[in-house]
Design a protein around this ligand. Structure first.
Ligand code: DX5
Ligand code: ZN
Length: 217
């Protein structure tokens, strides 16, 4: 699949999201940060917003669920039209059952790890996942500083994927910019979320293209 850029609309103008997604036509997916004010101290969208966005763009929607009780709440996002549904391992009791349920709904199943959550206990789950998301900030807000301490985990996750011979995508999210994307790519990430870097740029689509070129270099 190669390098993919998935801009986060968390830093876009919520009063005109349809126009905001139209400004990133070079993106590979649109990253939708779902927050419930419990798993993280911030509140954003629910399934009806995902459904509305799916009508507003042809780009695949990448729903990142920062919500409690993912076992019960995640399937609604696949139903709402998300192409990829990412649940946090810290918020699920049965990650294998949940990943299988998401796949059975026709969406890509993805699992996220907060910065302090190790990958090693979950290595046997990799074949059940279409994508692994390694957070490079504490989830909850856009515009935070990239945590370099997460880079070794990206490297270890890539090595485990190679060991298991899986095609799982490796996504990074948090503080990704022209300054930090090379480090992530070098460590083995291939899918890059960028929120403030894209939506604070004068030309968001040019920034998407620049990020991709930098990661590919
Ligand atoms: C943070 C979200 C991120 C956020 C990224 O909890 O998961 O997707 O929007 O924003 P930046 O790129 O500004 O760190
Ligand atoms: Zn996110």
């Amino acid at each position: 699949m190669g390098i993919q850029i998935t801009p986060s609309i968390l830093n876009a103008d919520f009063s005109r999201l349809g126009e905001e997604v139209a400004r990133i036509s070079s993106a590979d997916m649109v990253h939708v940060d779902v927050m419930d004010n419990h798993f993280v101290p911030n509140l954003t969208f629910g399934p009806s917003m995902v459904e509305a966005l799916s009508r507003a763009t042809d780009l695949p929607l990448d729903a990142h669920l920062m919500i409690e009780d993912a076992d019960r709440n995640a399937p609604a996002y696949a139903e709402a039209g998300a192409s990829s549904v990412t649940f946090h391992v810290e918020a699920t009791k049965a990650p294998i059952r949940l990943a299988r349920e998401i796949r059975s709904q026709g969406a890509r199943a993805s699992m996220a790890l907060k910065p302090a959550t190790p990958i090693e206990p979950y290595e046997d789950l990799l074949p059940e996942l279409d994508m692994l998301l390694i957070m490079t900030v504490e989830p909850g807000f856009g515009g935070q500083k990239f945590l370099d301490l997460c880079l070794p985990k990206i490297r270890r996750a890539r090595a485990l994927m190679e060991k298991h011979g899986v095609e799982t995508w490796l996504q990074v999210d948090g503080g990704v910019s022209l300054e930090t994307i090379e480090r992530c790519a070098e460590a083995g990430a291939d899918v890059f979320v960028a929120g403030s870097a894209v939506y604070s740029a004068a030309d968001p689509d040019a920034m998407v293209q620049q990020l991709k070129a930098t990661a590919e270099a």
